[in-house]
Ligand binder design. Structure first.
Ligand code: NAP
Length: 461
C-alpha cells in the first residue's frame, strides 16, 4: 500500500460499514476534487469519462471507465460536467433509468437559462431522480480542506429518498446539508454562487454616494471658497482634512439610518393598529441590511479615529501652532485659560471616545460567532438600547464640536452651512421620533400591537 492510499484509509470513518459506490461523470477539476474527498470518506469511486487513459491527476483508488460501464456500477451518479455538454446523456437514458443524478453545475450569469440546469437534466433524462447539490462548494475548497466558509451544501430534489441519499453523502464528507425543498428551488441555488455581496450592495452604494456628496460639498466650502475670496491654496485639505470631515459625517448618518427603519416601522404599526400586515418592500429590504449598514458605518468611524490620530503630526497643524506661539511671544503676551473652551473640547473628545467604544461593541456583537453566544434578550439589549446610546453619544459629540458655531454667520460660505450641520439632520430626526415613541400613550399600544393585539379585531367577550 503506498503512502497516499494509507493516509486516505486512515481518514475514512468506520470503513467496516461498507459505503455504496459513487459514480462521477467527468474527470475535470470538480469531479476529481469531489472524488478525492469521497475516497477519503470511505466511498468507492468510479469515474465515467470520455477517455479511460490512466492519469496521475485522478485519485489512485478510483476506477476510470466509460460512461456506460461506470454508470452500471453505482446507484448515484454525480454529473461533474458543464450544462452545455449534457446532451450526450440522452444516449445513456436506458442505463441511467431509476438512478439518482446529482447536478452540481453552475452558470456564468444569474438566470442564464429559462430553466435551472437541474430541471434541464431531469427533462433530458426522464426516469432519473435528479438532485441538486454541491454547487456552492468549490473544487479548491474540497481539495485544500478549507471548508470553513462553504460548509453548507444546499440540496433540493423531487424524490425524498434520492435527496436523503445525497444528504447522507454530504454529511459523510463533513459538510452540512440544507434541504431547500423540491427541484423548483434549483434555480435559486444555482444563483447563490453568482451573487456579489447581495446584502452589502445598498449600504456600500449609499455610503459611497454620501461620501462623494460630502467630498464635493467640503471641496466647495473649504478649498474653492478660500481660493476665490482670499486667494489661499488649501488644496492639500483633500488628503486629510476633507476625508476626516467626510468619515464621521457618513458614519453618523449611516448609524442613524440603522435605527430609522425601526422607528418608521413603529409608526406604521401604530397607524395600522396591527403587526400582521406587511411593511412596504423598501422598508423590508432596508431592515434586512441594517447590520451591513452598521458595519460600514463602523468602518467610517474607525477611519475617522485614524485620521484624528495623525492631526498633531500634520505640517499645517504644526505651522499654525508655531505661528500662534511666535506671535504671542513677539507681543510678549500669554493667553488666559478659557475654561469654557477647555470644557467643551474635553467633553467633545470624551463623547467621541465613549461613542466609538460602544460603536465597536455593537460591531463585535453583530458578528455571528459572538451573537450565537448571547441570547435574544442580550442581543436586543446591545443592539437596541446600547445602539441608541451610541447614536446619542455620537450625535452629542458632533453637536459639541459645532458649539455655538451654528449661530455664527461667518461659518456659512456661499450660504452653505458647515457639513457637520447637515450630518445632524437624520440622527436628530431619529432621536426625536424615538423620544416621542417612548411616551406611555404611544409605547403601551405599540407594545400590545407587537404582542399580537389588533386594534380593529373582534375579540370574544
Ligand atoms: P472542467 O474542469 O471543465 O471539467 C468538466 C469535465 O466535463 C471535463 O473534464 C470532461 O471530463 C467533461 N466534459 C467536457 N466536455 C464534455 C463533453 N462534450 N461531453 C462529455 N463530457 C465532457 O469543469 P469543472 O470545474 O470540473 O466543473 C464541472 C461541473 O462542476 C460544472 O458544471 C461546474 O459548474 C460545477 N462546479 C464546479 C466548481 C469548481 O470549483 N470547479 C464548483 C462547483 C460546481 P472527461 O474528460 O473525463 O470526459
Amino acid at each position: 500500500m503506498n503512502k497516499n492510499s494509507y493516509n486516505i484509509m486512515a481518514l475514512a470513518p468506520n470503513t467496516s460499514n461498507k459505503r455504496e459506490t459513487v459514480c462521477i461523470f467527468g474527470t475535470g477539476d470538480f469531479g476529481r476534487a469531489l472524488g478525492h474527498k469521497l475516497i477519503q470518506s470511505g466511498y468507492p469511486v468510479v469515474f465515467g469519462s470520455r477517455s479511460t487513459q490512466p492519469s496521475s491527476l485522478i485519485p489512485k483508488d478510483a476506477e476510470v471507465l466509460s460512461h456506460t460501464e461506470a454508470a452500471q456500477k453505482a446507484a448515484i451518479i454525480i454529473i461533474a460536467i458543464q450544462r452545455q455538454h449534457y446532451s450526450f446523456l440522452t444516449s445513456l437514458a436506458e442505463i441511467l433509468h431509476g438512478k439518482v443524478l446529482v447536478d452540481v453545475s453552475n452558470n456564468l450569469k444569474i438566470n442564464q437559462y429559462p430553466e435551472s440546469n437541474a430541471e434541464y437534466l431531469a427533462q433530458l433524462v426522464p426516469g432519473t431522480k435528479v438532485v441538486k447539490a454541491f454547487n456552492t462548494v468549490s473544487a479548491w475548497a474540497l481539495q485544500s480542506g478549507t471548508l470553513d466558509a462553504s460548509r453548507q451544501v444546499f440540496v433540493c430534489g423531487d424524490d425524498m429518498e434520492a435527496k436523503q441519499m445525497v444528504m447522507d453523502i454530504v454529511r459523510a464528507l463533513g459538510l452540512t446539508p440544507l434541504d431547500q425543498g423540491s427541484l423548483l428551488a434549483a434555480q435559486e441555488i444555482e444563483n447563490y454562487p453568482l451573487q456579489l455581496f447581495p446584502m452589502w450592495k445598498f449600504p456600500i452604494l449609499l455610503s459611497l454616494g454620501l461620501a462623494a456628496f460630502f467630498f464635493f460639498y467640503s471641496l466647495i466650502r473649504d478649498v474653492i471658497y478660500p481660493y476665490v475670496y482670499e486667494s489661499k491654496d488649501f488644496s492639500f485639505f483633500i488628503a486629510i482634512s476633507i476625508p476626516n470631515r467626510i468619515c464621521p459625517i457618513v458614519a453618523l448618518i449611516l448609524l442613524a439610518l440603522v435605527y430609522l427603519p425601526g422607528v418608521l416601522a413603529a409608526i406604521i404599526q401604530l397607524y395600522r393598529g396591527t403587526k400582521y400586515s406587511r411593511f412596504p418592500d423598501w422598508l423590508d429590504k432596508w431592515m434586512l441590511c441594517r447590520k451591513q449598514l452598521g458595519l460600514v458605518a463602523l468602518a467610517f468611524a474607525f477611519l475617522h479615529v485614524l485620521y484624528t490620530l495623525v492631526i498633531p503630526i500634520r505640517s499645517f497643524v504644526r505651522w499654525r501652532m508655531n505661528n500662534q506661539i511666535l506671535s504671542l511671544a513677539l507681543k510678549n503676551e500669554t493667553e488666559p485659560l478659557n475654561t469654557t473652551h477647555a470644557w467643551l473640547s474635553d467633553s467633545y473628545l470624551a463623547l467621541g471616545i465613549l461613542g466609538f467604544s460602544l460603536f465597536f461593541l455593537l460591531g463585535i456583537t453583530s458578528l455571528p460567532s459572538v451573537s450565537n453566544n448571547v441570547n435574544w434578550r442580550e442581543f436586543r439589549f446591545v443592539q437596541s438600547k446600547l445602539g441608541y446610546l451610541t447614536l446619542i453619544l455620537c450625535t452629542a459629540h458632533t453637536l459639541v464640536y459645532g458649539g455655538n458655531r451654528f449661530l455664527s454667520p461667518s461659518s456659512y460660505r456661499w450660504y452653505l452651512p458647515n457639513a457637520y450641520m447637515l450630518s445632524l439632520i437624520v440622527p436628530c430626526i431619529v432621536l426625536v421620533i424615538k423620544f416621542v415613541l417612548i411616551f406611555p400613550c404611544l409605547d403601551k399600544p405599540l407594545t400590545r400591537i407587537r404582542q399580537g393585539w389588533e386594534r380593529n379585531a373582534q375579540y370574544p367577550e
